[in-house]
Ligand binder design. Structure first.
Ligand code: GDG
Length: 444
């Protein structure tokens, strides 16, 4: 089997196994353990200048090749253009995006530096798979370095309609860069259709023909096992005791404005206001590890959430009941799985999301004899795949409150009827199958 070269903004720490690993590292585990592979990208560290020679760490058949980023490149490429321009634009939030030519230049320079450092490490016949919005121009830069290998690109986040994307200055250049890839993958058919139309509008019809949907999944069986084991642990027994028999609602999201957290908190507030019967009978636990904490919009969101949590708890708390438990620390994956299994409802209401793996994890964590209900944003990429969820408009707190009330009251037979097909979809659409489908397209 040919070697697989994965390029991503962040490379997982070779020492970090298991407990806190999530996201891409988990999804690609199968692909990088069954063949020779290299994982190339940013080390997560900054230095005075961006490194030109990658640091190499070998672990069995897998080589990690990482570059430190210069301080100015970190600000321009990562904080500036990737997080400040592209992330909001791709999540349909042009109003939150800013554009700065210097940052855009930094973004292109880092992509060129990645390509230059990677090119000498490549072997004939390697399959190269670049991930996510940080790397639109990487393929074109690799071609400039003389790379002839097959190049794939997968976008983990949504792709908006061209009318939105073209609000980004230099959108045309970004689309022309994508045309260097042989396979271009997105999460949903809608995203794929949007990107095809955008490419066609820029005269890239041929590249539009290389765009397909490859919905990402999770290792459902492993997550189910984690959840089953977690509930046996002392820590979970203590947590259950602390709930004193109250129903649990769980939310798990990075602290990000795409996740719809303020609207969700107001939705929960509406549940307590409009359906007084739930007061003192339900506890909502929201796990929200801080992310991009050095970006102003994320700091503002954190303050907004602090205030909302304080107000909701202030309004409804009893001496022995806190309605909304809110944590900004990350929780180990097995503990999360345990929380999810115990929760009567999973509350997943992003304003936009490429896929949303939490929705799938919630489904996988459920007890097949007594599953909980999933309240899901219709703007999550997962929505078209999880038909048994209670779909809501995440901008409408009243709709969230109504769906939560329905979830709390849902009889077992309805919960089973909704959950079973979703469990099937989540198991079938595994991370492994996602990798295999993409690599089959890439390697023909
Ligand atoms: C991007 C796209 C797409 C969260 N808190 C903790 C924790 N997590 C884990 C979750 C889940 C992962 O992080 C988050 O994945 P999501 O898919 O929900 O969202 P993004 O981080 O925005 O990911 C998204 C994804 O890429 C994959 O393509 O689905 O649309 O935005 O696995 O469980 N894990 C641990 N502690 C936490 O506190 N251990």
């Amino acid at each position: 089997m040919k070697r697989l070269v994965i390029v991503a903004n962040r490379v997982p720490d070779p020492k970090d196994r298991g407990a806190t690993a999530g996201g891409l590292a988990v999804a690609l585990q199968d692909a990088v353990t069954r063949r020779d592979a290299m994982w190339f990208g940013w080390s997560g560290k900054t230095a005075e200048a961006t490194a030109t020679e990658p640091a190499l760490v070998r672990q069995g058949r897998l080589t990690y090749a990482t570059l430190d980023l210069g301080d100015s490149d970190y600000r321009r490429y990562y904080q500036g253009f990737s997080n400040g321009s592209l992330w909001p634009t791709l999540h349909y939030r042009l109003g939150l995006a800013h554009f700065d030519r210097g940052e855009y230049a930094g973004y292109r320079e880092v992509n060129a530096a990645f390509a230059k450092a990677l090119a000498p490490l490549l072997r004939e016949g390697d399959a190269i798979w670049a991930h996510d919005f940080h790397l639109f121009p990487l393929g074109a830069e690799l071609r400039r370095q003389g790379c002839r290998q097959r190049l794939g690109f997968f976008l983990h986040v949504p792709f908006p309609p061209h009318a939105v994307f073209s609000g980004l200055p230099r959108a045309g250049e970004m689309l022309a860069d994508l045309a260097a890839y042989d396979v271009i993958g997105l999460q949903t058919e809608d995203d794929a259709a949007n990107l095809r139309a955008a490419l066609a509008a820029e005269g890239q019809e041929e590249a539009a023909g290389r765009v397909s949907a490859f919905p990402i999944g999770i290792d459902a069986d492993a997550f189910t096992k984690l959840a089953e084991r977690a509930v046996e642990k002392q820590e979970m027994a203590r947590f259950r005791r602390s709930l004193a028999g109250r129903a649990l609602v769980i939310g798990v999201d990075r602290l990000d404005y795409s996740k719809g957290l303020p609207q969700r908190f107001v939705g929960y507030d509406q549940l307590l206001a409009r359906y007084a019967g739930h007061r003192s009978r339900v506890t909502y636990l929201q796990v929200t590890p801080i992310s991009r904490g050095d970006v102003a919009q994320y700091q503002a969101l954190r303050r907004e959430l602090d205030e909302l949590v304080g107000r909701i708890n202030g309004d409804y708390a009893e001496p022995d009941w806190v309605p909304l438990r809110y944590m900004t620390r990350a929780v180990p994956r097995p503990t999360l799985a345990g929380f999810m299994r115990h929760a009567k409802a999973g509350l997943v209401t992003p304003l936009r999301d490429g896929m949303n793996l939490v929705a799938k994890e919630y489904v996988a964590a459920q007890d097949p004899e007594d599953p909980g209900a999933l309240v899901l944003s219709r703007f999550a990429g997962a929505a078209p795949y999880l038909e048994g969820a209670l779909l809501v408009n995440p901008l409408d707190p009243d709709e969230i409150a109504e769906a939560l009330d329905q979830a709390m009251a849902m009889p077992l037979d309805e919960r089973l009827a909704r959950w079973r097909p979703m469990a099937e979809v989540v198991r079938e659409g595994s991370a492994r199958n996602w990798c295999r489908a993409f690599l089959a397209a890439l390697e023909g």
